[in-house]
Design a protein around this ligand. Structure first.
Ligand SMILES: Cc1cc2nc3c(=O)[nH]c(=O)nc-3n(C[C@H](O)[C@H](O)[C@H](O)COP(=O)(O)OP(=O)(O)OC[C@H]3O[C@@H](n4cnc5c(N)ncnc54)[C@H](O)[C@@H]3O)c2cc1C
Length: 497
């Protein structure tokens, strides 16, 4: 990436039923009501917090919070907090934050959660201490099997294109082409009786649209693809959270790395998990995070005592505390603790393009990280705050050693540290954005009912439709998009849209 000293950063996606929720960190956060109300104020009247809250509640079964106006108690998707901290270093995080004037937040998903605080996070792990992926929650055997006459699931398959026909009423998606992953597979065709719904994620959905001739005309022509519909918005406005790992050495016993260095510990912990559903394998990697709104920090990342009047009261920095190495630099045999300041309201945007016309190739992704100066300013404060938290943990008597050399804390020094260590937060969004197609800067791809402009019978339903990225981890908002999409499809006329 141009602004990361031309470094590449790793991107991850889960390929399987349940998508990336099969491999992710399972943190369940929703974002602030103000952010959804911002979507609403952008003109998407059915996408404000009050309109979406019933979908959050409908899908959720919280095992840690009482059922309420905003927490679900009967939904299919379980989550819980993990207040029992198994690593000493984690026990120091809340006191360290308190010493810096950062209070505890009892529930980060409460609509009135403040923009500064330290919170135990909800994690989508079920009562049996198993991963509650969207697959296990929403497509369990008792839902899938009774529907097997009308529900066909093709695993180990890849969609290679959408068939779009020209009818008297205009363009219409008629079905999809797909292949088995086996390289010698023939091509199959599935006809859509009503609609085609793309849910290939913010990297996959624009790729498939472009492979099908729907995207920026010049880019399609460069790849020799016949243009079905010129849509400059497809793949543009890619947004992602930017994480900067700040790593520290801990005693090996006090880091998850103990499982690598002492394999017998891994075996005994695994046995403990299978026998009693307890131990390290029953714990999420991330249990807590510190949230801060950068305008409430001064240049030394001290909390200002006088809070500026600001209606946009949403944290733009999230610092995750994890007992493991969060950086791309390897520290074999060391115990590592990381604080991961993440910029969760980035201004930088990138794009998804085709690398080739082969659907099995990954798309070419430019995250566009750090293409605006504003993002640097927030990240500097995030890194300084992480260092101050580390210092406080040491002041409490914990033997924490800095692992990365950071020459002073000048803007130049911090910026080069940020460039050298930035990594993806894996929250890719907005590449088929819900926005007017005529938006002069970032043209939209879908309307408020997630229908692709100018093509009947085609919707997109994943994080690519976000009009703007949220400060939340993106899995719970993706589920809400899916819940809402299902309702809109049920109420659509049977001839399709
Ligand atoms: C390592 C990691 C950790 C994360 N941790 C968290 C977390 O703790 N909390 C959180 O909220 N979010 C987290 N996320 C992000 C979250 O998982 C995603 O935002 C969310 O899963 C996005 O949902 P989606 O439906 O938009 O896309 P996905 O879940 O990515 O699903 C899209 C699916 O479509 C498939 N696909 C793509 N193209 C094709 C094709 N042509 N044919 C067939 N299938 C195709 C992909 O293989 C994928 O399985 C994490 C992500 C990663 C990578």
């Amino acid at each position: 990436m141009e602004h990361l000293d031309n470094r590449s950063v790793a991107l991850i996606r889960g390929d399987g039923l349940g998508g990336t929720s099969r491999v992710n960190t399972l943190l369940y956060t929703r974002g602030a009501p103000l952010e959804y109300n911002h979507w609403k104020n952008m003109g998407h009247s059915a996408w404000g917090y009050d309109e979406l809250k019933p979908y959050f509640v409908r899908s959720e079964k919280s095992l840690s919070h009482s059922k309420s106006d905003f927490h679900g108690g009967d939904g299919p998707w379980e989550n819980q907090t993990f207040p029992d901290l198994q690593f000493e270093v984690l026990k120091h995080v809340r006191p360290a934050a308190a010493a810096l004037g950062i209070p505890e937040i009892p529930d980060i998903n409460a609509p009135d959660a403040p923009p500064v605080g330290c919170a135990m996070l909800d994690v989508s792990i079920d009562a049996s201490m198993r991963r509650a992926s969207t697959y296990s929650a929403f497509l369990p055997a008792d839902v899938a099997f009774p529907r097997k006459e009308r529900l066909k699931i093709c695993t180990r398959s890849i969609v290679t294109g959408i068939e779009v026909a020209t009818e008297s009423s205009g363009l219409r998606a008629k079905g999809i082409y797909f292949e088995r992953l086996d390289p010698s597979s023939k091509t199959f065709y599935a006809r859509a009786k009503r609609e085609v719904v793309l849910c290939c994620g913010a990297l996959g959905s624009p790729q498939l649209l472009m492979l099908s001739g729907i995207g920026p005309k010049e880019h399609l022509q460069d790849h020799g693809i016949s243009v079905v519909r010129d849509m400059p918005g497809v793949g543009s406005h890619l947004q992602d959270h930017i994480d900067i790992p700040v790593t520290f050495e801990t005693p090996i016993e006090d880091s998850l790395h103990v499982l690598l260095v002492q394999p017998w510990r891994a075996v005994s912990q695994l046995a403990k998990y299978f026998i009693s559903s307890k131990g390290l394998f029953a714990m999420p990697v991330t249990q807590m995070a510190v949230f801060v709104k950068s305008s409430l920090l001064d240049d030394n990342s001290e909390i200002r005592t006088r809070v500026p009047e600001d209606e946009d009261n949403v944290a733009d920095i999230e610092i995750k505390a994890i007992p493991v190495n969060g950086s791309h630099i390897q520290y074999p045999k060391l115990g590592v603790f990381s604080l991961l300041p993440g910029l969760v309201r980035p201004k930088s945007t990138g794009r998804v393009m085709l690398a080739s016309t082969n659907p099995r190739d990954h798309p070419a992704v430019d995250l566009g990280f750090l293409s605006t100066a504003e993002d640097y300013a927030v990240l500097r404060k995030g890194v300084k705050l992480a260092l101050r938290l580390g210092e406080q943990i040491r002041l409490q008597g914990y033997p924490l050693k800095n692992l990365q050399a950071l020459e002073g804390q000048s803007d130049e020094g911090l910026d080069s540290f940020i460039r050298a260590h930035a990594r993806s937060g894996f929250h890719y969004s907005c590449t088929c954005r819900m926005a007017p197609e005529t938006d002069p800067v970032h043209p939209g791809v879908v309307d408020d009912e997630l229908r692709v402009y100018g093509i009947h019978g085609l919707r997109v339903c994943d994080t690519s439709i976000f009009p703007e990225i949220l400060s939340a981890h993106t899995m719970a908002p993706a589920v809400v998009v899916a819940e809402k999409c299902a309702d809109m499809m049920k109420s659509a006329p049977s001839s399709g849209t």
